[in-house]
Ligand binder design. Structure first.
Ligand code: CP
Ligand code: NVA
Length: 334
């Protein structure tokens, strides 16, 4: 039996700060319990007749489908909305759309550009709002990352993650904050031009210190990954930054995760996993990497037995379900 914490009823997730350290851990425990429930073949009614609006300004494979399946698995419904077929933020302000959608739906999951948009949705809709990625942060991704680390290591506290790549993007920001909350040492390995904002680093350092962990920013890939248990990377060009492609490729080539870099951790063959939020440019099979070959990770690492990227992708669904259940389900246990 899993006991639900009713303190989280009605709660939004706008960034990792929305959860206390203990709530973050609870959310991953809940996701693990929900995964076991699904693996036991149970499709229940924890979200019976709940309706979730999925507002997507940017493309998505994992988040969109996880967000839809998570509510359907437990008896609810998701409605997919884009800027092309609604008035959202075009003919109608975000605040007005929020007030309308809040009267119809039980919750809203948003993916888009500005963090301000998800904040307005939460402030004006009156229902829980979950951030499915903005330019600044990707908190639902961190929940799946933490769950995957828990599955791999049991305990995550005291482990070290080296994130190698674009050090100031949404995924890097949420990893830095999330690791600090979870007591995971975090090293952001990135060129000086892509350093994360200093105020975020300071905030994460203070959180990490509370949890006996450290946050470092390092320009040298080999020195940066030493001692890492988790090597993490993301695309070098995030959605909305397509005009930066040539500049990013030139800056980030030395930051590719390949087997020599895995060896430089000193943990290859022992306690090392590879994570990537996906989609990834690891071979010649996408429009971008057809002309360039592997970018942020080589195929041998991506396809290795220590690569947990597809567990991580699946865990997007279980963790989003945990957010829905914690915010909307009034049952005391399942
Ligand atoms: N990791 C992630 O957010 O994937 P999608 O862009 O496919 O949703
Ligand atoms: N940083 C990437 C993450 C994709 C899931 C982007 O924003 O495009």
């Amino acid at each position: 039996m899993f006991k639900l914490n009713h303190d989280l009823l009605g709660r939004s997730l706008l960034n990792i700060r929305s959860l206390t350290d203990a709530e973050l851990e609870y959310m991953v425990d809940l996701a693990i319990a929900l995964k076991a429930r699904r693996q036991a073949g149970i499709r229940g009614d924890l979200l019976h007749r709940r309706n979730i609006a999925l507002i997507f300004e940017k493309s998505s494979t994992r988040t969109r489908n996880s967000a839809a399946i998570a509510v359907r698995d437990e008896g609810g419904h998701a409605e997919f909305l884009t800027g092309h077929d609604t008035h959202f933020g075009v003919k109608e302000s975000v605040a007005d759309s929020a007030r309308v959608l809040g009267r119809l739906f039980d919750g809203i999951l948003f993916r888009g550009f500005e963090q301000r948009t998800v904040e307005i949705l939460a402030a004006r809709s009156g229902v829980p709002v979950w951030n499915g990625l903005t330019d600044e942060s990707h908190p639902t991704q961190f929940l799946a990352d933490m769950m995957t680390m828990r599955e791999a290591f049991g305990e995550v506290r005291g482990k070290t993650m080296a994130y190698v790549g674009d050090g100031r993007n949404n995924v890097a920001n949420s990893l830095m904050m999330g690791c600090a909350k979870a007591g995971i040492n975090f090293v952001n390995v990135t060129p000086r031009e892509l350093f994360p904002a200093e105020d975020l680093v300071e905030e994460a350092r203070a959180m990490a210190a509370r949890n006996g962990a450290t946050v470092r920013v390092e320009t040298d890939p080999v020195a940066g990954v030493k001692g890492a248990n988790v090597l993490y990377t993301d695309v070098w060009v995030s959605m909305g930054e397509e005009d930066k492609k040539a500049e990013r490729l030139a800056l980030l080539r030395p930051y590719q995760i390949n087997m020599p870099l895995c060896e430089a951790t000193g943990n290859l063959g022992r306690e090392l996993i590879f994570l990537h939020c996906l989609p990834a440019f690891h071979d010649h099979n996408t429009d971008v990497s057809r002309d360039t070959g592997a970018l942020e990770v080589t195929d041998d690492v991506f396809e290795s037995e220590f690569s947990k990227v597809f567990d991580e992708a699946e865990n997007r669904m279980h963790t989003i379900k945990a957010l829905y259940v914690s915010a909307l389900c009034e049952a005391s246990e399942f």
